[in-house]
Write a protein that binds this ligand. Structure first.
Ligand code: FEO
Length: 394
């Protein structure tokens, strides 16, 4: 079945229903994803982006249904990562004379990936391509999220083919945002943003300013649903995430050995609940790190807890900090907590790692010796009072 997103513009996406990890082991995907590609049917037919190689047959079947024997003139590669370019060589086998438009970096990367030298047409901001009645305008999206990224704007129809920006992992036969509802679409976009785009937040904030001059009716990203009803909402949320706008929210991340750090985490959550602060609570070994970093975007405070083991924190929490080193959330206040037996090393280690990943550390931690005593409950109350005070100032 042909899937129109607007007159003469087709969605030829494929659905990867069984995907559970995306872009490496950290990003958990509950229900799969889509690799989105599009066809602009004009005098010169233009294919926009491709799909993962194992889905090429599904993709080309959809393209053939639209083209009915006609030959496409152009292929735009907005970004050369394998989920969008993997089937490049298969497409070239069918259309060896197709004109390819991409950034210089994308051409370089694809030559390396596929072991070829190809005569690409390199494009950058300010370049356009006339396809008959339509014009495609190209926009440099460097580091959003690769150095090769561009976006393509179909001027007459006001459609932005944004590639990974504004993407989400919604795998569904319903491919428009309003078929899923705003809350679901925004959460999925936020999770995608946190795990893929967040390290480039500053670049994104500047780029959103640049793109604000465009009149955009539809955003057609390379994953998930097409934005047609919630365009202003996704753009304003992207601006908010890019600027790390925060709310009174505390993310608690901890792990436990014999239960005392677990009890401390729960007491901290109760105290925050008493203060009507939003709490997100994660025992790290039972949680998805991709969900934790999603909640961190707009949290003011992160509290990390571990028992001490041989002078250090539990090793699995190192994974959490390495992920923060990669994803670079900004503007957070950190508090460490944990219990110990004969020496207290975990909270110090957590504070060191917080410093290293750019989290401001509250100068008081919460430490219990073996078990929680009355003084530890009092200490938690005092620290939470301080946290709430600091959140009011943030
Ligand atoms: Fe969806 Fe950066 O690839």
């Amino acid at each position: 079945m042909k899937r129109l997103i607007k007159e003469n513009i087709y969605n030829v996406s494929v659905i990867d229903w069984n995907l559970r990890k995306f872009h490496g082991p950290s990003f958990s995907v509950k229900n799969g994803t889509t690799y989105n590609a599009y066809v602009v049917d004009d005098r010169d037919i233009t294919l926009i982006d491709l799909v993962e190689v194992e889905f090429f047959d599904d993709y080309i079947r959809q393209v053939n249904e639209i083209l009915e024997g006609r030959i496409p003139t152009n292929l735009v590669i907005n970004h050369s990562e394998q989920d969008h370019s993997g089937s490049f060589m298969k497409l070239l086998e069918i259309y060896p004379d197709i004109n390819i438009y991409c950034s210089k970096k994308a051409g370089l990367f694809m030559n390396k990936m596929f072991g070829i030298e190809f005569a690409y047409n390199f494009v950058k901001t300010g370049d356009t391509l006339n396809t008959g009645k339509y014009n495609l305008a190209f926009y440099d999206m460097t580091m959003l999220h690769w150095p090769d990224s561009i976006a393509t704007y179909l001027v007459e129809e006001k459609v932005l083919f944004s590639n990974d920006a504004f993407g989400q992992h919604i795998a569904s036969t319903h491919y428009f945002d309003d078929e899923h509802g705003l809350v679901k679409c925004l959460y999925q976009a936020k999770e995608y943003y946190a795990n893929i785009i967040m390290p480039m937040a500053k670049i994104l904030a500047n780029k959103l300013n640049e793109l604000s001059s465009l009149d955009i009716e539809i955003i057609a990203p390379s994953h998930g649903v097409v934005w047609r009803s919630y365009v202003s909402e996704i753009i304003s949320n992207y601006a908010s995430w890019a600027n790390f706008e925060t709310t009174d929210k505390v993310v608690i991340v901890y792990d436990t050995m014999w239960g005392t750090t677990d009890a401390m985490a729960k007491e901290i959550a109760l105290k925050l609940q008493d203060k009507k602060v939003c709490v997100k609570f994660y025992q790290f070994s039972k949680s998805e790190i991709s969900e934790i970093v999603t909640e961190l975007i707009d949290a003011k405070v992160v509290m990390v807890g571990s028992p001490t083991i041989y002078g250090n924190m539990l090793a699995n929490l190192g994974y959490f900090f390495e992920e923060l080193r990669v994803l670079k959330p900004k503007g957070k206040l950190g508090v460490s907590f944990g219990n110990y037996g004969w020496s207290n090393g975990a909270t110090r280690r957590i504070e060191t790692l917080m410093h290293e990943v750019g989290i401001e550390v509250l100068d008081t931690n919460i430490s219990a010796n073996f078990t929680m005593e009355e003084k530890d409950y009092d200490e938690i109350s005092n620290v939470i009072d301080e946290v709430v005070k600091r959140m009011e100032e943030m």
